[in-house]
Design a binder for this molecule. Structure first.
Ligand code: ARG
Length: 465
């Protein structure tokens, strides 16, 4: 371990190599490089504006920090694993560029505690925006696919039993609703986290006359955080973001499960493009939906990331504790995982082939018109409970004869209830069943087109990110 730690002054010996390795985090937190430099630039400018740092020195520091930012962005920055973390790495490079005396002034009126809290809020804010963009990309695919398939009907299910016919577009729009709520949660989280910890110091602020509003504003925060102890100890923003991601991952797993089911031979509703399927090393005939299965499976990681964060924070006394360094792996992993899932689902959905005939054929079995047959009677004054009973007997009869309800002759219907007449058959066509469900939020063509239009307008007029 060559590098003397920045806090080395009061120590008589160098850290044990094992302790140094154990406490180092640069492998993980180097991802915060751009945010770390941005925070330092804002800090230096503010120090100069407040006369805490001479402005010629501040200019040299800012120019060097900007150069470091480019080095990081272009992948040329030489990360030194013997420098504990991202902050030490940036400062060490700064010392190479401007000399250690001047570089040493950067940390005036700042601690790594308020620094890392600031970096992480900046990172998480951007990550929320990035995920929101990916959600929108998937929503756009769903919108396009729903628009082009608006006339395809398929069974809707309860208990995974065929229940009532709906439009495929209505089903795709149900997924869109789930995703839009997740987007809203990310947005809420991004809004609430938008406060700047800089100036909180190690825990108790600083004696220098900082301009906390200036650094907050320079970094795009709405305001400085209101309590220095809380500011360095708080990771709620990470919890909230990852909670939103966990919910999103659960939704994606539900979507993925339906893709798995639908692409099975048993359902046959959907065929994923070859490019989104995988084969079996043993069974030459297999076309497996591994992408969808992995999306379903990766949900476990994201939920695990949320649990890891919550347990990390549980019982931690104020203010900063080194435990908090463990916030980054689950935070980064949750975003990486969900972003990857969103990307592949958009690709798979864009190219999937919907088998309209298989979907339509599935409407023929399962007596999906039973509710409407009962409603038909109820509409003619028969109490619904009684109508339900009548149709139940008709279903049993149809079942026994191996026919659909709509194939039962009128005499058979009449034998169960005299109110039946020949117009009932028209009312039992799948299209009629769906069109009748014309209330707001329903699957009728008009309502689905309305919903598509509303989604299209929302997508076109986003004000965030
Ligand atoms: N790497 C540390 C973290 O991620 C930075 C803050 C270190 N602060 C300290 N007092 N040791 O939390």
């Amino acid at each position: 371990m060559g590098a003397q730690p920045t806090w080395g002054g009061r120590f008589a010996e160098e850290p044990d190599a094992r302790a140094a390795r154990f406490t180092a985090s640069v492998d993980v937190d180097r991802r915060l490089g751009p945010q770390d430099v941005a925070g330092s630039i804002a800090h230096v400018r503010m120090l100069a504006a407040r006369g805490i740092l001479p402005s010629d020195e501040a200019s040299v520091l800012v120019a060097a920090l900007e150069r470091i930012a480019r080095e990081i962005e272009e992948g040329r920055f030489a990360w030194d694993p013997s420098r504990e973390d991202v902050h030490m790495n940036v400062e060490a490079r700064l010392a190479q560029l401007v000399g250690s005396d001047l570089a040493g002034k950067l940390h005036t009126a700042r601690s790594r505690n308020d620094q890392v809290a600031t970096d992480l809020r900046l990172w998480t804010r951007e990550a929320c925006a990035g995920t929101a963009r990916r959600i929108d990309a998937l929503l756009s695919v769903l919108h396009a696919r729903a628009t082009e398939t608006v006339d395809i009907l398929l069974p809707g299910y309860t208990h995974l039993q065929r229940a009532q016919p709906v439009r495929l577009a209505h089903h795709l729009l149900a997924w869109a609703e789930m995703l839009e709520r997740d987007r809203g949660r990310l947005r809420d989280a991004a809004r609430r986290m938008n406060e700047c910890p800089l100036g909180s110091g190690a825990l108790a602020g600083t004696g220098f006359p900082l301009d906390r509003d200036a650094t907050a504003q320079a970094l795009g925060f709405d305001r400085p955080t209101a309590n220095s102890l809380d500011a360095v100890a708080d990771r709620d923003f990470a919890v909230e973001a990852v909670a939103a991601l966990a919910c999103l991952a659960v939704h994606l797993s539900r979507v993925a499960e339906e893709l798995v089911l639908w692409s099975s031979r048993e359902f046959g509703f959907l065929r994923l493009a070859d490019a989104w399927c995988t084969g079996s090393s043993m069974m030459p005939q297999k076309r497996n939906p591994d992408v969808a299965e992995l999306v379903r499976g990766k949900c476990g990681r994201v939920v695990g990331d949320l649990v890891a964060l919550l347990v990390l924070l549980k019982g931690l006394p104020l203010a900063y504790n080194r435990d908090l360094q463990e916030d980054k792996p689950p935070l980064f992993d949750a975003f990486d995982t969900v972003d990857a899932c969103l990307e592949v689902l958009a690709g798979a959905m864009e190219t999937a082939h919907f088998d309209a005939e298989r979907m339509h054929a599935a409407l023929a079995e399962g007596h999906l018109e039973a509710t409407d047959l009962a409603d038909w009677l109820a509409g003619r004054g028969v109490p619904f409970r009684q109508a339900h009973h009548v149709v139940g007997r008709l279903v049993a009869r149809a079942e026994a004869e191996g026919r659909r309800l709509a194939e039962l002759p009128l005499e058979t219907l009449r034998a169960e209830h005299p109110a039946f007449d020949a117009t009932v058959y028209d009312a039992l066509r799948p299209e009629a069943l769906v069109e009748r469900r014309d209330g707001f939020g329903g699957p009728s063509r008009r309502r689905v087109l309305e919903a598509l239009d509303a989604l299209g307008r929302r997508l076109a007029s986003r004000d965030w990110p």
